[in-house]
Design a binder for this molecule. Structure first.
Ligand SMILES: Cc1cc2nc3c(=O)[nH]c(=O)nc-3n(C[C@H](O)[C@H](O)[C@H](O)COP(=O)(O)OP(=O)(O)OC[C@H]3O[C@@H](n4cnc5c(N)ncnc54)[C@H](O)[C@@H]3O)c2cc1C
Length: 600
């Protein structure tokens, strides 16, 4: 590829992003008549070819006598534009995007249009890894020990899941300054993991400042996540390598694997009396099909559409299903414990750094060498996982992400800001360092519910961020703000004369500027969803306590149906979920092989 060809791709994507209208439903998948075409049967039918679905399909199709069908609503996406992480945000405003948003919120996202938080998810083989930041992170080892306790199943302990993390990974140390605990990393797996090079000024500054505050510089995927680091990314030579490309594309020609794209599943067919999943109904190109599963249906449609499909198929909270006119097959608290992290990305710090102005041609040349700013998303690669004073165990609950930013119209569109809030947050600045504050272990939770029984309507997503009655999540975020100001006082940061020059935000004028009450108001206006949503169908040992799947990822009370995506995370994992979702998918495949006595 040449620089000019890449420039053309950028030009087209910019036009699309600036004119893109978010869909509000999935009606484009609707069939033109009521006829159902019978398609025969497969051993396994996987719903959704996203992060988890791609991994599971890859592993199950290793068994040659098993036929595996993947049904994915999107397409196979192979544009080189998608590989430039520097343009990640543009992908959310393209046809890759489902375009979800939350229902109007009262406790967060107040500075965003209609008081809603964006809830981006991608469609296409590879799922949301097609449009995400490609950060590879596993959380704290003790998280998995807690999962082993919650599920009463020691196979989830860190000691037991570490080999599965390692199995997927092919780790490459590109930045020799970063500490790496190699005994925690895999070599030769399907997912390339590396760091962006070269290290940029803001990242180095951030790490120096953290050191001056006494923070350890660590391998956050090693013994302990706590400390400051450079992001590990699942890119390959600086290019996005989505999970389909890593796990499924190399084996897509297997004769026992069938990938059906543009196939939108509307229902899981479950026998009412035996409560056995028999197959699924889906639409494709205006027609409706039924396909049977002789072994299992595996649901990996993501954190919003997995619970939506369960509820449409009669598995969900009894009252809600009855209200929607859906026959109840199994009363379970599907969608009742949705977890999302609040992130505040509006603390813009002015400095005396002269902006480095590489031309687009130079940046593209660097990209073609596998280096430079276009090989990372959101201009960020410095990160710190920290413990607030409110964290009683040994988990990180604050994550800082350092970014070098410019004020832009595009940001307003991408995040859905109210223009006046965005302008006030920037004050008179146009360039800044932002230290994003991310509460990675929140107590608040929300819900996913159906709007009605129509499968072509979008689900209702209510994040309910920062709403816990004790106010814990707000206190953690407020501590985050204070700790940013501590960072600005370090000698390294003092060298660049950092100053906060934001103006009072609309809606917060009644509070004394920069007082605790003001910052509380600021947080409610500017915190939004971090896109690390999980837990809408949590794993556990007791359905009466809200668990939807058991430790083998089988839906309670329904046979031959598993859920194995971001929906099943039973707790926060203090960070970025893809690494863990891949591990869960590896474990699901391993469990299924074991259950059908076909391990290899
Ligand atoms: C902008 C953004 C940045 C992010 N950055 C990071 C990051 O840097 N690191 C990280 O770890 N995480 C990140 N995440 C989160 C991460 O990408 C998701 O948590 C992860 O992709 C979820 O995986 P999944 O398998 O559960 O679902 P998905 O990957 O979303 O896959 C679900 C698939 O199911 C398909 N599907 C849905 N409904 C149907 C249906 N009815 N019929 C057929 N197919 C269907 C979808 O089209 C999709 O392909 C980010 C997310 C976003 C939005």
């Amino acid at each position: 590829t040449t620089v000019d060809e890449l420039k053309k791709l950028i030009e087209n994507a910019t036009i699309e992003a600036n004119t893109y209208e978010f869909p509000t439903d999935a009606r484009k998948f609707e069939a033109k008549d009521d006829k159902i075409i019978e398609l025969g049967s497969y051993d396994f039918v996987i719903i959704g070819g996203g992060v988890a679905g791609s991994v599971i399909a890859s592993r199950l199709s290793e068994i040659r006598r098993w036929n595996v069908l993947v049904l994915e609503a999107g397409k196979v996406e192979e544009s080189e534009f998608n590989e430039m992480l520097g343009y990640t945000a543009f992908l959310a405003l393209s046809d890759l995007s489902w375009g979800f948003s939350s229902v109007p919120q009262t406790t967060a996202c107040l500075g965003f249009l209609n008081q809603t938080c964006r809830a981006y998810r991608a469609r296409g083989m590879g799922g949301t890894s097609l449009m995400n930041g490609a950060v590879y992170e596993r959380g704290m080892p003790s998280t998995f020990d807690e999962w082993a306790e919650i599920t009463n199943d020691p196979s989830w302990s860190y000691e037991n899941v570490l080999p599965l993390f390692e199995k997927s990974e092919d780790f490459h140390l590109r930045n020799p300054n970063t500490p790496v605990e190699s005994e925690y990393h895999g070599k030769g797996g399907l997912l390339n993991v590396e760091q962006k090079i070269p290290e940029d000024f803001v990242t180095s500054l951030f790490l120096e400042g953290q050191k001056e505050l006494g923070t350890d510089i660590v391998d956050y995927n090693g013994r302990s996540q706590l400390g400051a680091s450079i992001f590990q990314l699942y890119t390959k030579n600086g290019r996005r390598q989505d999970v389909y490309e890593a796990f499924l594309k190399p084996v897509k020609h297997r004769r026992n694997l069938h990938i059906s794209t543009e196939s939108y599943v509307t229902k899981i067919d479950i026998h009412r009396l035996s409560k056995k999943a028999k197959g699924v109904i889906f639409t494709r190109n205006g027609k409706t099909y039924r396909v049977k599963s002789t072994k299992e249906v595996i649901l990996t449609a993501g954190v919003f559409q997995t619970p939506q499909l369960l509820m449409l198929s009669g598995i969900g909270p009894r009252d809600h299903l009855q209200e929607m006119g859906i026959t109840v097959i199994r009363d379970l608290e599907v969608g009742s414990k949705l977890k999302e992290d609040p992130i505040c990305q509006a603390l813009y710090i002015t400095t005396n750094i002269t902006k480095i102005t590489d031309t687009l041609d130079q940046r593209l040349q660097q990209f073609l060498q596998g280096e430079g700013p276009l090989t990372q998303a959101y201009s960020t690669s410095g990160v710190a996982f920290l413990k607030s004073q409110f964290e009683e165990q040994n988990y990180a609950d604050i994550e800082f992400i350092a970014a070098s930013l410019e004020k832009s119209e595009f940001d307003v569109r991408y995040a859905g800001w109210k223009n006046e809030t965005y302008q006030a947050a920037w004050g008179d600045n146009t360039n800044a360092i932002a230290i994003n504050i991310h509460n990675v272990n929140p107590r608040s939770s929300g819900t996913v519910r159906l709007k009605n029984a129509d499968p072509f309507e979008y689900p209702l997503i209510d994040f309910n961020l920062m709403s816990d009655p004790e106010g814990h999540d707000m206190e953690v975020l407020y501590e985050g703000i204070n700790r940013v100001f501590d960072l600005l006082k370090t000698p390294s940061f003092q060298n660049i004369n950092p100053q906060y020059k934001g103006s009072p935000l609309p809606g917060c004028e009644d509070y004394q500027f920069l007082s605790k009450d003001y910052w509380y108001c600021f947080l409610r206006q500017t915190c939004t969803a971090a896109f690390h949503v999980r837990g809408s169908c949590p794993m556990g040992s007791d359905p009466d306590e809200g668990a939807i799947v058991d430790s083998r990822l089988r839906v309670f009370g329904v046979r031959r149906l598993r859920v194995a995506d971001s929906s099943v995370l039973p707790t926060s994992m203090s960070g970025h979920p893809v690494g863990t979702i891949i591990m869960i998918a590896e474990k699901a495949a391993q469990t299924i092989k074991y259950d059908y006595k076909s391990s290899q």
